[in-house]
Write a protein that binds this ligand. Structure first.
Ligand code: KMH
Ligand code: ZN
Length: 272
């Protein structure tokens, strides 16, 4: 039988603005309220990007920490800082996000085109982020955009830069990435190190395809406005809660139980 389902919400991102969708949480108050709202619907991990007072992405660990502390005072949600930051962020800034006191951090295992830009993750960048997570006992969520990135996970395991059991999020369908098809997802999953927990996510139209596959096949899921701002073709989701609601409906349809906070921590090997 499958483990209970862990829902991750990537609710903010670094590239979106209120012009893309007015429902994007941007201020600290909006982010804290949104995290609590989706936790109460069943989300257990919040993938956290933070903005400054002008709404621009920032890696400032104090600002991130104050948001984490406020969420923690209210709900036992696992906080996952983005170490990817925004396109072009310096490694030093990306490393600083790991000073904010989160249980998890994202760790992308290779470079990828990102629209007209490049999301740069050279081997030295990956190594520095992985080493810091290891030193600080922060659980990485490995972000896999393409097959070679799953092979990089095997390399990092051999170098002892990451430890089993891994937690892996496969994210497909963004601009310039591998497309969000079941065929691509299944091919990548075949290369996943044994014993890993995994989730699937898709950008834009591919979001629900990836999520439903994962629900049926024992994976976990990531949803949220960072990946997709629409609830259906041309209709904006009025916040992350609507996207989480879609996941909860699919879980019900496929008789998959939603993880409690304790179950999510146990599956991920996290103690809060
Ligand atoms: N904003 C992207 C360039 C992550 O959070 O780790 C990187 C990103 C991935 O969002
Ligand atoms: Zn992100």
């Amino acid at each position: 039988m499958s483990d209970p389902l862990i829902i991750t919400v990537a609710g903010i991102g670094a590239e979106l603005t209120k012009e893309n969708t007015p429902y994007l949480p941007v201020t600290p108050d909006e982010i804290v309220e949104e995290a609590i709202r989706v936790f109460n619907l069943g989300a257990r991990i919040f993938h956290l990007h933070v903005r400054d007072d002008q709404g621009k992405p920032t890696c400032d660990p104090q600002r991130i920490k104050s948001i984490i502390d406020r969420i923690r005072q209210k709900v036992p949600m696992i906080l996952q800082v983005s170490t990817g930051g925004a396109i072009g962020d310096a490694l030093e800034d990306r490393l600083n996000t790991l000073e904010a006191g989160s249980e998890m951090g994202s760790l992308t295992l290779g470079s990828v085109n990102f629209g007209n830009d490049v999301f740069l993750n050279t081997v030295p960048i990956i190594t520095a982020l992985a080493q810091k997570m290891l030193d600080k006992k922060i659980k990485p969520e490995l972000e896999i955009f393409d097959t070679a990135m799953m092979e990089e996970a095997q390399i990092l395991l051999k170098k002892r830069l990451i430890k089993s059991p891994l937690h892996i999020n496969i994210i497909l369908g963004g601009p310039g990435w591998l497309s969000a098809t079941v065929e691509n997802l299944e091919f990548i999953l075949k290369k996943m190190p044994a014993g890993s927990s995994w989730s699937a996510s898709g950008v834009g139209r591919g979001q629900l395809t990836m999520i439903e596959y994962a629900i049926i096949h024992g994976g976990h899921v990531r949803t949220g406005l960072e990946d997709n701002i629409y609830r259906s073709k041309g209709v904006l989701a009025k916040g992350n809660a609507e996207l989480v609601g879609q996941v909860v409906e699919l879980a019900r349809k496929h008789k998959r139980k939603i993880a409690t906070p304790d179950e999510a921590q146990k599956i991920l090997g996290i103690k809060m």
